[in-house]
Design a protein around this ligand. Structure first.
Ligand code: BES
Ligand code: ZN
Ligand code: ZN
Length: 501
C-alpha cells in the first residue's frame, strides 16, 4: 500500500459553491467562536452556526464533532465542524489530527467525498502538507487480511479549499510533499502490519529491493553467506536459532551534486520479523505483537523512500539488519560469547536482548560504508514503555548538537520525543565479566539506557542518535485519526532531519 487511492486536490473557487457530500472545517474554543469564515457561513445560513454555538452544542473542544445536514447557503450537503481547541494552542500537529479524524468520522458514515475548508489566516504551504499527511495516514486500514472489508466504505476524494489564487502554488507544493511523506509512512505501516509468517527477513529484503528500484535508489542485499564472510557475528548469533536466513538490507540515496567529503547520514533500523525472545523466551500473553519488532527497519525504509522523491542535498545510507529471534536446537544460549563484526566480544546474558546485537553489526557496517552521522530506530526495550508509555519516543544521543537537530525536527513535525540521559555511569552496567561487554545491564534498572549504551559502543566517536520506538510504533487502540496498529512514528522527523541537514 505505497500508493494511496485517495484523490487529494486543491480548489480555489469560493467554498460555498463546491459540491460535495460534506464541507469540513474547524472551530476554536473561544468566547465568540463564529468568526472569519465561520461567520461567512453563518450569515448565509441565517444565523445557524451562532445558534448551535450559543446553545453549547458546538464548543470548539478538541476533536468534538458537530454534523449539520443541508446547511443553508452551501452547495455541500453537510457541514462538519471539528473542534480545534484554543486558538493560541493551535499547531500543524492539531490540524493534521483534525484532518485525519474528520476523514475517519465521515468514512464511517459512508461519505465518499468531502471538501476541507482551511480557516482564515493560516500558514499555507505547511498546513497543506499537514492536511495531506492527516488525510492519507488516516485513510490507511489494517484490514488487508479480512475477507469482508469495512462494507466497502471508502473515501474517494478530498478537496482542499479556502486558498486564494496567490496562495495556490505554495499550497500545491505542500500538498505534494505531504503526499510523499504520508504514502511512505503508510508503506512503513503496511510492512509492520504484515504477520511474521508472511514477512520473513527474505521477504522484507525483496520488498525493500522492489521499493528501491521503483524509487531509483541503489540497493545491496547481503544474504547469509555474505553476512558470514563479513563476520557479522552478532547478527548471526541471533539468526542461528531460526530456519529463516538473515538479511542485511543496504539502500543508498546519492544527491545529484554529491561532494566527496560531504557528510553522509546513516539510517539504521532494527528489523526482527518476529521476536520470541529465543531461549530466554517471552511469556505467551501478548507475544503476537512481536511481529512489530521490525518497525525500526520499516521506518528507515519508508524514510529513504520519501527522501528519494524529495531529493535532499545530502547522501543517505539506510542499513537494516533483519532476522527472526527463535528458540531451537541451534539457538544461542544465555552465557554464549559472540564476536561482533567490529571485533568486540559480547556475553549474551539474555537472548531476548537481541535488537542491540543486530544493531551492533549494522552500525559498524554503516560506518565502514562511510556514514558520518547515525540515527538508529528500534523497538528496543519494554523499559521505554515503562518510562514514557505510548506517548513519547525515547531519544538517546552521543553528540548534543546532532541530538538537538533531531529534537528540533521532531518539534517541527509534531512528533513527541523525549531525550533520555546517557551519563557515563550507565556504561558500567554493561561491562562484561567474561567478555568485553554484556548484552543486558547488571540488575540496576535503567533498561532503555543500558540498551542504548550497548549500541553506542559500536557507534564510537561517530555522532549517533538512538530512537527507542517500542512504546510508540504500535497503537494498541484506534485513535480518532489513526487505525489501531502500526503508527509509522519517527518517519516524519527523520525526513525533516535529513532535509534540513
Ligand atoms: N523487542 C523487545 C522490546 C519490547 C519488549 C518491545 C516489550 C515491546 C514490549 C526486545 O527485543 C526485548 O525483548 N527487550 C528486552 C530486553 C531485556 C531482556 C534486557 C525487554 O525489554 O524486556
Ligand atoms: Zn527481544
Ligand atoms: Zn526485539
Amino acid at each position: 500500500m505505497d500508493k494511496t487511492n485517495l484523490q487529494l486536490t486543491l480548489d480555489t473557487r469560493p467554498f460555498a459553491s463546491l459540491e460535495a457530500e460534506a464541507l469540513v472545517t474547524y472551530i476554536f474554543d473561544e468566547p465568540d467562536p463564529i468568526q472569519g469564515r465561520l461567520a461567512e457561513i453563518d450569515s448565509s445560513a441565517n444565523g445557524l452556526l451562532k445558534r448551535i454555538a450559543g446553545s453549547g452544542e458546538a464548543t470548539g473542544k478538541t476533536l468534538e464533532f458537530t454534523l449539520i445536514h443541508a446547511p443553508g447557503g452551501l452547495k455541500a450537503s453537510r457541514l462538519l465542524l471539528v473542534g480545534a481547541g484554543k486558538r493560541e494552542q493551535f499547531t500543524g500537529a492539531i490540524l493534521r489530527r483534525i484532518a485525519g479524524a474528520a476523514l475517519r468520522y465521515l468514512k464511517s458514515r459512508s461519505v465518499k467525498n468531502f471538501a476541507f475548508l482551511i480557516r482564515e489566516g493560516a500558514a499555507i504551504g505547511d498546513n497543506a502538507q499537514a492536511l495531506a499527511e492527516g488525510f492519507i495516514t488516516a485513510n490507511f486500514e489494517t484490514d488487508k487480511y479480512k475477507t469482508e472489508k469495512k462494507n466497502g466504505k471508502e473515501i474517494h476524494s478530498v478537496v482542499l479549499t479556502g486558498y486564494s489564487d496567490s496562495e495556490k502554488a505554495a499550497a500545491e507544493k505542500g500538498l505534494a510533499v505531504g503526499k510523499v511523506i504520508a504514502e511512505s509512512q503508510n508503506f512503513t505501516r503496511d510492512l509492520v502490519n504484515e504477520p511474521s509468517n508472511v514477512l520473513t527477513p527474505r521477504v522484507l529484503a525483496e520488498k525493500a529491493q522492489v521499493m528501491a528500484k521503483e524509487a531509483g535508489l541503489a540497493v545491496d542485499i547481503l544474504d547469509e553467506k555474505r553476512i558470514a564472510e563479513l563476520k557479522m557475528g552478532a547478527l548471526l548469533s541471533v539468526a542461528q536459532g531460526s530456519a529463516e536466513p538473515p538479511r542485511m538490507i543496504v539502500i543508498t540515496y546519492t544527491p545529484t551534486n554529491a561532494k566527496p567529503d560531504a557528510p553522509v547520514i546513516g539510517l539504521v533500523g532494527k528489523a526482527v520479523t518476529f521476536d520470541t525472545g529465543g531461549i530466554s523466551i517471552k511469556p505467551a500473553d501478548g507475544m503476537e505483537k512481536m511481529k512489530y519488532d521490525m518497525a525500526g527497519g520499516a521506518t528507515m525504509l519508508g524514510a529513504i523512500r520519501a527522501l528519494a522523491a524529495l531529493k535532499p542535498n545530502v547522501k543517505v545510507i539506510c542499513v537494516v539488519p533483519s532476522t527472526e529471534n527463535m528458540p531451537g536446537g541451534k539457538a544461542q544460549k544465555p552465557g554464549d560469547i559472540q564476536t561482533a563484526m567490529s571485533g568486540k566480544t559480547i556475553e549474551v546474558l539474555n537472548t531476548d536482548a537481541e535488537g542491540r546485537l543486530i544493531l551492533a553489526d549494522a552500525v559498524h557496517y554503516a560506518k565502514q560504508l562511510g556514514v558520518t552521522h547515525i540515527v538508529d530506530a528500534a523497538t528496543l526495550t519494554g523499559a521505554i514503555v515503562v518510562a514514557l508509555a505510548n506517548i513519547n519516543v525515547g531519544v538517546f544521543g552521543s553528540d548534543q548538537p546532532w541530538t538537538d537537530k533531531l529534537l528540533a525536527s521532531a518539534k517541527a513535525t509534531g512528533e513527541k520525543m523525549w531525550q533520555m540521559p546517557m551519563d557515563d555511569e550507565y556504561r558500567e552496567f554493561i561491562k562484561g565479566s567474561f567478555a568485553d561487554i554484556q548484552n543486558i545491564g547488571s540488575g540496576k534498572g535503567g533498561g532503555s539506557i543500558t540498551g542504548a549504551w550497548f549500541i553506542r559502543e559500536f557507534a564510537g566517536d561517530t555522532p549517533w542518535i538512538h530512537l527507542d520506538i517500542a512504546g510508540t510504533a504500535w497503537n494498541d487502540d484506534a485513535k480518532p485519526w489513526l487505525a489501531k496498529g502500526p503508527t509509522g512514528v519517527a518517519l516524519r522527523t527523520l525526513v525533516h532531519l535529513v532535509q534540513s541537514f
